[in-house]
Design a protein around this ligand. Structure first.
Ligand code: FES
Length: 92
């Protein structure tokens, strides 16, 4: 006998947030580290840690447009915390 799927399981992952920040040299010099710290604080204050995944890349080949952040695969160039929050809030 197979176990029935629980709708709750899919609801928990329905609004998963994947944040990929570039920590390549150019993005780093353009403020990626500060952006990362601001994102961490925002995620914590917003109470979305459980469904947020942070990953780091080391060059998204858009160095002159850094810092670069991807939110669920959507790349934001010249990213600021305001731009990042605006994109994340669309998912939430
Ligand atoms: S260093 Fe970030 S895109 Fe190249």
């Amino acid at each position: 006998m197979t176990k029935p799927e629980t709708p709750q399981a899919s609801a928990d992952t329905a609004h998963a947030i994947s944040l990929e920040i570039c920590f390549g040299t150019s993005c780093f010099l353009r403020g990626a580290q500060d952006l990362y710290a601001e994102l961490m604080a925002y995620v914590k204050n917003r109470g979305i840690e459980a469904r947020t995944t942070f990953t780091v890349s080391f060059c998204g080949e858009a160095c002159a447009k850094g810092p670069v952040l991807s939110v669920n695969g959507r790349r934001i160039e010249h990213c600021t915390i305001e731009k990042a929050v605006q994109e994340i809030e669309k998912i939430i």
